[in-house]
Design a protein around this ligand. Sequence first.
Ligand code: RAM
Length: 874
Amino acid sequence: MATPTFRPSDLRCEYLTDPINIGVARPRLSWIDEASIRSWRQSAYQIVASKTAEGGPDLWDSGRVESADTSQIEYAGKPLGSRDECFWKVRVWDEKGTASAWSPTHHWEMGLTAEPAWHGSEWIGIEGPAGEHPAPFLRKQFDVTGHVRRARIYVAGVGYAEIHANGQPVAPGTEREPGYTNFDKRVLSVSYDVTSLIKAGRNALGAVLGTGWYDVHDKATWNFDRAHWRGRPRMRLVLAIELTDGPTQYITSDTSWKAGTGPILRDGIYTGETYDARKELTGWDRPGYNDSAWSTANKLDAPRGELTPRACAGVVISETIKAKSIANPMPDVYIVDFGQNFSGHARLHLNAPAGTKVTMRYSEHVGKDGMIERSQIEQFMATADPPQPFQTDTYICKGIGEEVWEQRFSYSGFRYMEVTGLPTKPSLSTFEGRFAHTAFETAGEFSCSSELFNRIQHATRYAFLSNAQNIPTDCPQREKNGWTGDAQLAAEAGLVNYRSAPFYTKWLDDLADTQSDTGLMTLIVPTGGWGSGARHPAWDSAYPILAYDLYLYGKDKTVLAKHYEKLSRYVDSLAGELKDGVLTFDSLGDWLPWSTQTPSTYTSTVYLFVDAQIMSKTAKLLGKDADAKRFGDLADQVKAGVEKHFYANGTYANGSQTALSMALYYDLVPTDRRPSVFAALVKNVTDQGHIDTGILGAKYLLRVLSQEGRSDLAYQIVARKEQPGWGWWMEQGATTLWEDWKGESSLNHIMFGDVSNWFIQWIAGIGLDLENPGFSHIDIHPQPVGDLTWAKASHQSPHGLILSSWRKASDGFHLDVTIPANTTATVIIPVGGAVTEGGSPLDKVAGVVLVETGAGKTILRIGSGSYSFWSKAG
Ligand code: RAM
């Protein structure tokens, strides 16, 4: 038998592996402990950090810290400034006092965190009034005087800046860099490692600028064309070249750069891109290019926002999707079907004469006549005068043989694409779909014996990714807006399925930036002004709910501390609207219900209760006891208000599924009344035979049914193939989640997406224990309901991988569970019969404590490790 070993692995800084753009002074470090024995726990750790990979701990030696923590550990060494490197490693001790070997060394680098590090670089671009113009191309030639040891480009660009060095894009596979914020408040900068691209001798840098959200000339309902920040695109850049044999050389953006225009005739975030390949500037990003016809780059004003290193991934092309079929409903009109709804664009492969103009119009839907049908998604732009295109890319050929092209500064939401202007019949390989969204590592998987559930899971993941575009959005086609309600409803599904904490952490800053001095939030974030000035608690609560979700799923207290003041301001100001313990104004509520509309006064009041509770718990966590009491009292006051104004005749509000499940989920129902209220909910669902909620209720209904022991009913709701429900969408051919039960609007919305969270946390049974955030203690409670014969899920928690996999077989019920080091789990095996592992009764199994057996279930407590439980049939 091998000797038990343990070691720390997967070292991360601010959730990322070896990041080079850290902006905070005390970045948080994490690792996971891998241990080959059950019930392993860390008793202590030591972190050392140094300026060089080989050096001693000249930056930090934490010493031995008695703690089982492996995440959210703040760097507490010597202060780090812009561009500083930090190499670090960790070792851990077990409970017997034995030390592990040191982990491999990892590293992080600081981005530019202070103005002097920008080395006097200027914001440059092409001056003139904002609006539709050819995209600026910028270039700079320079000499490097020695051998390059490390080279980094730091760049801020609004709307977008695509950087090239010596003929190549420096971040291939990315697009729409650095990203979207309220540019009056905060502007993102990114770092690129260009060590292998910069050489001794003559070099060239290039940049192409896109309008993005900075210069929105597209006219649409949300008035981004009137945003205060609006201006011509611009960028600011520093290339720092460290030489092995000389002082660091800096190349900075300034008026020594040249500026020209080329093939991108126009680009618009909603409208798309027009590209004339005949105007390409071959070699423009290489040394030696003749730029004598170019003018001098103009120095432009800095955007008002504070420059901040972006601490999360940007947008990448994650997948290339093959065209599935091409129809030809009218002469010269081709309809390409990619078989999957997604966000991004198409890549063209063409061989056509110069001047051939190919137009691609992206759509989610094809009408009866076989032509694309976009009335469901273009209505907010249709009134533009003069008319403007809508998610349309146009390519004009240069006629040199095989041409390959894809746009870079916009994106669309689509499954189908109409192509016109082709001189010859296309083949399937003429087009590829390019799926573009914020990059995430996956954190969760789910599959089961139901093909339908697997399709819903697939659709949820594609909808989540399609709606992650620097910010969480509502839909990738019609609006592309950071609707706050949609985000709060989908965040838990997002956090269990993907490592999305850095993405939400960034968007919380966007929320903070958008808050008014009086504590008002806005409906969309960022906004150029639209959707501000009114209260919509179910949407506005995204701010406290998301901050607290990061704590619940990732033990992040830093984000709670950072936003505490503004969170309090929001909740206090909303509390100022209370009348006798309830909110009485109308606002957005249980949006897009099937048939029953729950009063928004009720849902808003419940959200204020949720907010007050979050603030009370947060205050307690942060040691602010007086505030904890104050917010606790507020929660009590609202609870009493709900009781007085919304409870009557055994029911809450109008007795809708939403009203009842919210009351039960948030514990607004006195204990002795819970059974009757739950019975009323069950009756409602059984009588109707389907879900009857909008987006709010859909997050709570399945959870409450499962919590109260009726996963069988929740299963029926989700497995139903008739309208309304997720199953009906799938029957209609959905490949992403839809905006409404009727299928009359966008076909790629994420706001009904909590169903995936229910699959993972309930069907497969990896339950988050709200009292033990970060899955420190896990509730494993698989739900073998309905026709399901097996289900499995995994989740990468802060402690490591959690796995739950069950199957019903002729010989009984099998449950495989893995829980990571430093955690414990309560396992509920939901069948009768004695449970064994590897042939041994449970009282003989290492790592297991039998808590209860009988009455159709066995309850265990387990320590870390992998287990295979079996409950024999009969
Ligand atoms: C729609 C959006 C979003 C929703 C709002 C209320 O326009 O798409 O999903 O939050 O309305």
